[in-house]
Design a binder for this molecule. Sequence first.
Ligand code: GDP
Ligand code: MG
Length: 335
Amino acid sequence: MAAEQQNAGHPPLEEQEISAPLEPVQIRGLEPSALPAAPPGFKSGFAALIGRPNVGKSTLMNALVGQKIAITSPVAQTTRNRLRGILSLPQAQIIWVDTPGIHKPLHRLGEILVHNAQAAIGSVDVVLFVVDGSVPAGRGDAFIAERIPATTPCILVCNKADLLKDAATRQAHQESYQALRPAAPVVWVSALDPGSLPPLIQVTVDLLPAGPYYYPPNLVTDQPERFIMAELIREQVLLHTREEVPHSVAVTIDQVEETPKVTRVLATLYVERDSQKGILIGKGGERLKQIGQAARLQIQKLIAGKVYLELFVKVRPHWRRSEHLLRDFGYRLET
Ligand code: GDP
Ligand code: MG
């Protein structure tokens, strides 16, 4: 439905205010309740997922909270914002902190992403050092291991166990990672298989301090629904385009209008060049239509209701270098 080229049947979006301050989390159907008192022996805290791009941090975070809140794709550097996912258990609450992969920054956006990933390391109780267990450790992993303070409790999480059947290879890969953080407990998981996760959850709880509920137990993320909508649209851009386009796109949600039958969402995709706009829209608007249709299905799952989605495309030259536009698009330095 309705992924249309700019301004078809609508007043120019230039005339509309973009991105008013967002209300706090609303994953629908899950009304935040007051914070309950923690029972005796309750443990809680923050656990950051740190690792190279593409090792599966965001996929793992979604699996750990049982709902898609972080977008994932085979394109490196999919994740741009620090995102919290909340898992509440009878005796513990774990706040997982997904981070952009740590890499060498090439522009201001990259600098902000790497800064924020590093800031996350310093502000959590536990670091999950997530690696791709299907390949041996590389220089990127060593670079990250060096940035995890020796005093920070750390779990070595070998992901993508499903890709490795051979025990000897598995052992060899594990040893290459253990060399980077010898004292860390090792847990193998497959983010694609929720049944593989309980040991990781248990080891994480073991390392958490005694503490209170930080969030209502029925909440799965601290992000507003609009943020996740924008991310679900950006995910489809990543999956439908190639090369320089994916990294040059920012998405804003300009309007969300709820009626009893349907939720109407207007969103804008910002790119840096006219050529990228052409690629996004595609011949006769075909690609933008596909992106819109796929994103609409994802957003329908998020809000558990019918969605009418309309997409607009605009050019903002060099937005990734502009402090002011980066701020408008929600990319800030975190501490
Ligand atoms: P991130 O950059 O570390 O957040 O990685 P993503 O979560 O975006 O995942 C990168 C790619 O790896 C995606 O295509 C995922 O589907 C894939 N992936 C993640 N976890 C696993 C896993 O356990 N097994 C397999 N086979 N693929 C995975
Ligand atoms: Mg990610």
